[in-house]
Design a protein around this ligand. Structure first.
Ligand code: SF4
Length: 185
């Protein structure tokens, strides 16, 4: 997608406790070309424009002062690397939020692109690699499959912070929309 400064977003959860440490604002980017069998969120695959939002639009949706961080998922966040970089930078530098990103890219694939590489400087926790249905995570760790690496890129968290004992959440919005989130294990 052309870089307009706006992010093509699938959906946002203003407050979640099962998508990383503490209470988090969760944003799902629209668009992914990996097509992992068994993907938990196939509606995010198309690259058609859905909701076009600025980083400020997204960050303003975090509900309340108890939000500890932002989790970026998808879809594939690194398909919009310039926009991802601006979002992460604003989250950390303007809103003092911790940052966690799920990606189907491997760490090595991220390193091979200069803009994607710059994003790493603003990520506390990276969960990388394609989802593999035959290797589903069976513990409480916040990843879909065991081939995915949980990379602690800063000292802000440790692995015990990435255990999500509840693993699932059902959120009912004021308009009646029901959102299921978390890990199916
Ligand atoms: S990378 Fe994630 S969103 Fe994309 S197909 Fe795989 S599991 Fe689904």
């Amino acid at each position: 997608m052309e870089d307009t400064g706006l992010i093509n977003v699938h959906s946002i959860i203003p407050s979640s406790r099962v998508n990383g440490p503490g209470t988090r604002l969760v944003v799902f980017f629209q668009g992914c070309r990996f097509d992992c069998p068994g993907c938990f969120n196939p509606d995010t695959h198309t690259f058609e424009k859905n909701k076009l939002l600025s980083p400020d639009d997204i960050l303003s949706k975090g509900s309340g002062e108890d939000i500890e961080g932002i989790t970026v998922s998808g879809g594939e966040p690194f398909e919009q690397p310039g926009e991802l970089l601006r979002l992460l930078k604003a989250a950390r530098e303007v809103h003092s939020l911790s940052t966690m990103v799920y990606t189907g890219n491997t760490y090595e694939e991220i390193l091979s692109d200069s803009v994607k590489y710059q994003c790493l400087a603003y990520i506390d926790v990276l969960i990388e690699g394609r989802f593999m249905q035959g290797k589903k995570e069976q513990t409480a760790l916040a990843r879909g499959s065991v081939n995915q690496r949980i990379m602690l890129l800063t000292g802000r968290y440790d692995f015990s912070d990435l255990e999500m004992p509840g693993k699932g959440e059902i959120i009912i919005s004021p308009d009646g929309t029901v959102t299921r989130t978390g890990f199916r294990g």
